[in-house]
Ligand binder design. Structure first.
Ligand SMILES: [Zn+2]
Length: 337
């Protein structure tokens, strides 16, 4: 794989292209939101830094170094992450695996690479790394990965070349999902997960695998479709119970509710399918609109407002139960004509 094979991130790839045409830097920091692909970029950069015949487009993919790297057995590549359940990387691991290893010559490549999860570096570990980052011996490169730069010492930040990953377009996330094979070619699922991820491929990939998410989506969509025929009692018992039981997923549920109501508004305003979030459910939404006589855009917009009011209420510590009842009853009032 070369840099061009990575999806999106045009600006960073451009910078890497020109860097690898000349002398590459030795200390890098790759930043961006959790799930954005820092590790994927970090690996590709590490591979290119160690490759015998890398060029502007990164690693060649064929030399002994690339072959060892792909097999996961490259002796000149070391990664440092916190052990499972631990918040930070053990300082002894850095001392033994990095500080006392740094002067040892690489075995296969002309350079060795240390890839470090810098979100897991305590201040004392950052201080330990400072000198090495400042004057890395020839033949050594560092790649730090970090979601939250504010936790890194300024002295670290001033010694690294920073590559800031940007959120992807929905089409780019869809491309990554397709390539992963996780959705079995189900385009509706690919589009839905890609849109819902808000440009974060890691989120889209985990949503694609998450059966709970699929069932939340059905639950909320189904609620809106059935809402006009539901009784107030149904809402105050079954529906409120569902929300209470899934209160840890409130952000997702609210987003799903807004999307479903948004799709109703979209088809109400113009019957052609346009940019529906639930594109695979267009027929159901159309049937809903024709069944609920007299439904107007104002009703749907009021229902959407009830959703945003709930979100606002939670921020000022209104009781969850009360805010939830109020939202569901308002939506019901608007949809039950
Ligand atoms: Zn190579």
């Amino acid at each position: 794989m070369a840099f061009r094979d990575l999806v999106g991130q045009k600006e960073i790839k451009g910078r890497l292209n020109s860097m690898f045409e000349g002398e590459a830097a030795q200390s890098f920091l790759i930043t961006g939101a959790p799930g954005i692909g820092k590790h994927t970029f970090g690996r590709e950069l590490a591979k290119a830094l160690m490759c015998d015949s890398s060029n502007g487009d990164g690693a060649c993919g064929k030399c002994p170094s690339c072959t060892y790297f792909e097999a996961g057995t490259h002796p000149d590549y070391k990664t440092f992450e916190a052990a499972k359940g631990k918040k930070t990387i053990k300082i002894e691991d850095l001392r033994n695996g990095l500080i006392s290893d740094i002067a040892v010559n690489p075995q296969i490549s002309s350079r060795k690479v240390y890839l470090i999860d810098a979100d897991k570096l305590a201040d004392v570990s950052q201080n330990l790394l400072l000198k090495s980052l400042e004057e890395p011996p020839r033949g050594v490169a560092f790649i730090l990965l970090c979601s939250d730069q504010s936790k890194l010492l300024d002295t670290i930040l001033s010694r690294v070349t920073t590559l800031q990953l940007q959120p992807y377009s929905s089409d780019e996330v869809a491309e990554i999902l397709r390539a992963s094979g996780k959705c079995d070619g189900d385009e509706a699922k690919i589009r839905f997960c890609a849109d819902f991820s808000a440009g974060i491929p890691g989120k889209a990939l985990s949503l694609a695998d998450d059966e709970d998410f699929a069932s939340e989506r059905e639950q909320i969509f189904d609620f809106v479709m059935r809402c006009p025929k539901m009784s107030v009692t149904d809402i105050l018992t079954d529906e409120v119970e569902y929300w209470n039981n899934n209160s840890d997923k409130t952000d997702e549920l609210l987003q799903l509710m807004q999307w479903t109501l948004g799709d109703v508004a979209m088809l109400l305003a113009s019957p052609d399918k346009g940019q529906l979030k639930n594109a695979d459910k267009a027929d159901e939404i159309k049937r809903f609109i024709s069944d609920v006589r007299g439904l107007t855009l104002i009703n749907v917009s009021n229902a959407v407002n009830a959703v945003t009011d709930f979100a606002k209420g939670l921020k000022v510590n209104v009781s969850y139960d009360a805010a939830c009842c109020s939202m569901l009853l308002k939506i019901h009032k608007e949809l039950a004509r």
